[in-house]
Design a protein around this ligand. Sequence first.
Ligand SMILES: [Cu+2]
Length: 175
Amino acid sequence: MKPIFFAALAASALSLAGCGEKLAGDKPLNVVSGHIVMGATPDRPAVGYFRVQGGPRDVQLVAVTSDLAQRVEMHETVRENDMTTMKPLLSADVPAKGELVFKQGGKHLMIWNINGAAVRAGKLPMAFVFTNNNNERILFDLPIKPAEGAAAVGGMDHGAMDHGAEKAPVDAAKK
Ligand SMILES: [Cu+2]
């Protein structure tokens, strides 16, 4: 409608953010790392893990989507006594200056029918939708890894993985 007006708004928002960063050392809300593990067979969903760095304010992650997958759901693994079940997750909190971690045995993405071209390219472009700024969308390509054997899955330390972090340094504030 009025490109100049929006451009001016965007420019002032950028300079404000830059200023705030300098003064307070605040990091912006961002997706900083993650990866996808393909299902053991083509009819099984892939699983996705990632880490979100909290920004200056509390927000919620309300959806993760991809144009190159049939369906993406956020799930949470819940243990009750000795039973482990999964529940769909409608939203997940990203505390200010904290982090949100989707990892094995906890919150995770389940992804059905990833487009073959994305699989061959070894990465799935995804959009992470948050509650701030009228549903800010942060785009991030999650690297795709092949399915692993059952033994390997149990022994993997997903917390130590930094795949996909080439663009952004993994922050030092690890748990
Ligand atoms: Cu699940």
